[in-house]
Design a protein around this ligand. Structure first.
Ligand SMILES: *Cc1c(COP(=O)(O)O)cnc(C)c1O
Length: 409
């Protein structure tokens, strides 16, 4: 069977064979509960957890006791935001976040709004960036938490997080970041960033689904976080529940492999990403890059194609696995809130494709995808009553160059 080319690595990634190999014993013989203190099954499981915790800590540049295991970034983000809010209510009720955050940050913030918290959702500029000045200006004496993602899952834009965190800490606010898309793609060091809380999930960097971690800085006075669920008191009482040993072992191995490959993979992916972009924009007019190309993950490309619907492109390319700027967070055709936040209307979202390159993509795949995109866009535009091909004789088309192209109709 010929499987579609997978270029949707922001949605999830395949498991690296080294990760699977590390997990297998803990799905079979080594099935112990790490909380069992009375026998070798428990001890072996506990050793595996300790090793995984050290591997996560090594990748993030923190100490092992600052790593809490969770079920993924959704849980880590909810735990950080709701947990800080509930435990620090007497200090203030104001939270600052970003319009382009993942729903697992925005929705908990909106939930807290209904409970009497005030949330400032900062806009981004046309490139998808927020500045430290914007964050500083939004902070008040009542601000308890600033939550700004490191890298965006749709447009790959990397925020100036170290400056933002410095501005927040100056005012005594706790800093949380959703680093889900950044970890394993660019260096992520909690001390260089100056963050207090950082969320990751294994399946975005070649680990298994359903396991992640929350980094919680050890500081004085101690960060207070209310747990989302209570029970056996695992993970320092902040995250009760029997640990997902095979998943956590997989997360640990995913971190070890990512640390090993980080720099060479970043270079390789950026080269492939730039090749993909060049092969598309050199052959099609009316193509816009969404989000900054400078402050961007090496593996992300997000393009809008004038006069073409993203969904139509995806349906016409059933041999490529890609996402469009609509329908990203539900089965509906809602335009993406991230692309909308760039301020150029719904057209941008409805005509966009997100390319997420990954560890297992090859140059041949990149060339094949570029070929298919060029062909499909050409075909769909031929059918569009609104599209007029640029006339070669007249020189530059109104659509060429295209950073400032508008095509409202
Ligand atoms: C995927 C993703 C999440 C959610 O991760 P889960 O493992 O599904 O909980 C959160 N934030 C970002 C930026 C993501 O890309």
């Amino acid at each position: 069977m010929n499987r579609p080319i997978y270029m949707d690595n922001h949605a999830t990634t395949p498991i690296d064979p080294r990760v699977l190999d590390a997990m297998l014993p803990y799905l079979t013989d080594q099935f112990g509960n790490p909380s069992s203190r009375n026998h070798a099954y428990g001890w072996r499981a506990e050793e595996a957890i300790d090793e995984a915790r050290a591997r996560v800590a090594a990748l993030l540049g923190c100490s092992a006791k600052e790593v809490l295991f969770t079920s993924g970034a959704t849980e880590s983000n909810n735990l950080a935001i709701k947990g800080i809010a509930a435990a620090n209510r007497e200090k203030g009720n104001h939270i600052v976040t970003l319009a382009t955050e993942h729903k697992s940050v925005l929705d908990p913030c909106h939930h807290l709004e209904r409970d009497g918290f005030e949330v400032t959702v900062l806009p981004v500029d046309a490139e998808g960036l927020v500045s430290a000045e914007q964050v500083r200006a939004a902070i008040t004496d009542r601000t308890i938490l600033v939550s700004v993602m490191l890298a965006n899952n749709e447009i790959g834009v990397i925020q100036p997080l170290a400056e933002i965190a410095a501005a927040a800490r100056e005012r005594g606010a706790v800093v949380h970041t959703d680093a889900t898309q950044a970890v394993g793609k660019i260096p992520v060091a909690v001390n260089a960033l100056g963050v207090d809380l950082l969320a990751i999930t294994a399946h975005k960097f070649y680990g298994p689904k359903g396991v992640g971690a929350l980094y919680v800085r050890t500081r004085t006075p101690r960060l207070r976080i209310a747990p989302l669920f209570e029970g056996g008191g695992q993970e320092r009482g902040i995250r009760s529940g029997t640990l997902n040993v095979p998943g956590i072992v997989g997360l640990g191995m995913a971190c070890a492999v990512a640390a090993d490959l980080l720099h060479e993979e970043a270079e390789r992916l950026q080269r492939l990403r730039d090749r993909l972009r060049a092969r598309i924009v050199d052959r099609l007019d009316g193509v816009t890059v969404n989000g900054s190309l400078v402050h961007r993950l090496p593996n992300n490309l997000n393009l809008s194609f004038a006069f073409v619907e993203g969904e139509a492109m995806i349906m016409a390319m059933d041999d490529v696995a890609l996402s469009s700027g609509s329908a990203c967070s539900s089965a509906s055709l809602e335009p993406s809130h991230v692309l909308r936040a760039l301020g150029r209307g719904d057209e941008l979202a409805h005509s966009s494709l997100r390319f997420g390159l990954g560890r297992f993509n090859t140059e041949q795949e990149v060339d094949a995808v570029a070929e298919k995109v060029v062909a499909v866009v050409g075909r769909l535009r031929e059918l569009s009553p609104l599209y007029e091909a640029p006339r070669a004789a007249s020189g530059a088309s109104p659509l060429q160059g295209s950073e400032d192209t508008s095509w409202s109709h």
